[in-house]
Write a protein that binds this ligand. Structure first.
Ligand code: MRU
Length: 360
């Protein structure tokens, strides 16, 4: 997608040296567009852990390039094992991380060490290109849902967290249908939930929708249910970090509450995902999906631009009050209207998922 008219992906190879990896430091958005150059596997691991890159598909793509950097340094078995272990331990909930690393290992393990570097770069590039094509397909399928609500009037979509182009290699998952609808001339407006504690909605989704010219309004997380009761939401569209084979959906903390409110108000609740986000090994999202616990400081503080223009972090919780910070929750399949995948709209249940994707 474009930033001020310049086309970007969320991860790419440096245009000059063709081997180091470029990313946008998402911890700096929306205040600064800082491009970071990653040169060794450990820097990629740090970028994922510290959330310079985030969003399930982008975490997977970044990890793939992390393996490529490791193979550039040393194509041996120990180096491969080390890269898979270090990168695999960065974040626990998004299954795309495990998926991408397993794919890299499958390609690289049988090769002689001397052949691994080229193969790793090629596979990482393929993962990125496939992600873009997949998200385009998700966009096309999801746009039909927006069109169906349209009837010539404005369609109001509510989204949570950031499942836009910077959470993927390009296009996004939940935001891809919105970009396509907007580009096709449909009148679409997005309620952007701020998404405490890290504010991915307020900082990232609002930024990228604004850069693309999509009408949007940021709301406090707690306002979503009220908007639905008032009839101001036609459709909820969110992304996901892991979907069980039975259709349970893990996504950013607070998603479950929106699914409950959507069900109570008869608002369709759709989840957009690439098939790499399906975890075929598990069936019960509540007990089987590992939920990342992040630092309490994400809850006890907030960062933003002070009125004097400086970037400031302030404490908003009494000094001695403890805080807990589960980063994801699980929405049971029964609350999900359906899944928007690269192969079309799929019911959130095991039979429909198997029928669509037929895993080996
Ligand atoms: O903690 P984050 O910012 O990585 O969480 C991101 C989300 O929850 C997204 O909704 C999800 O990864 C889908 S991204 C297309």
């Amino acid at each position: 997608m474009n930033i001020d008219g310049r086309p970007f992906r969320a991860i790419w190879l440096d245009e000059m040296d063709h081997w180091s990896v470029r990313i946008i430091d998402q911890t700096k958005l929306p205040w600064a567009l800082e491009l970071v150059r990653l040169t060794v596997m450990e820097e990629v691991a740090h970028a994922i852990r510290a959330m310079l890159v985030r969003g399930a598909p982008l975490i997977g793509a970044s990890a793939a390039y992390g393996v490529a950097l490791a193979m550039r340094a040393d194509g041996g078995d120990a180096s491969l094992a080390q890269a898979l272990a270090v990168l695999g331990a960065t974040r626990p909930t998004a299954i795309n991380l495990r998926w991408a690393l397993a794919r890299m290992e499958r390609i690289l393990r049988p090769l002689k060490p001397g052949l691994r570097k080229a193969a790793a770069y090629a596979e990482a590039a393929l993962i990125c290109d496939e992600d873009v094509a997949t998200n385009r397909a998700i966009g096309r399928h999801g746009m039909a849902l927006i069109k169906a609500q349209s009837g010539g009037r404005r369609v109001n979509v509510l989204t949570h967290c950031n499942a836009g182009w910077i959470a993927t290699v390009d296009w996004g998952t939940a935001l891809a249908p919105i970009y396509m609808a907007h580009d096709a001339g449909l009148d679409v407006h997005v309620w952007v939930e701020e998404t405490r504690p890290r504010n991915q909605g307020a900082s990232l989704t609002a930024w990228e929708l604004g850069k693309h010219g999509v009408a949007h309004t940021v709301i406090a997380d707690n306002a979503g249910g009220h908007m639905m009761q008032r009839g101001d939401v036609d459709l909820v569209l969110v992304g996901t970090d892991r979907v069980t084979r039975t259709g349970d959906v893990a996504n950013k903390i607070g998603t479950y509450l929106k699914a409950l409110a959507a069900r109570d108000n008869g608002v369709p609740f759709w989840v957009a995902l690439p098939s790499s986000t399906i975890d075929w090994e598990i069936s019960d999202g509540l007990s089987d999906i590992p939920i990342e616990e992040r630092a309490a400081t994400e809850v006890t503080t907030m960062s933003g631009r002070a009125l004097d223009g400086s970037i400031a972090t302030i404490r908003i919780v009494p000094k001695d009050s403890p805080a807990a910070n589960p980063a994801f929750d699980v929405t049971p399949a029964r609350l999900v209207s359906g899944l928007i995948t690269e192969r079309g709209l799929v019911a959130a249940n095991e039979a429909a998922l198997r029928e669509t994707f037929r895993p080996c």
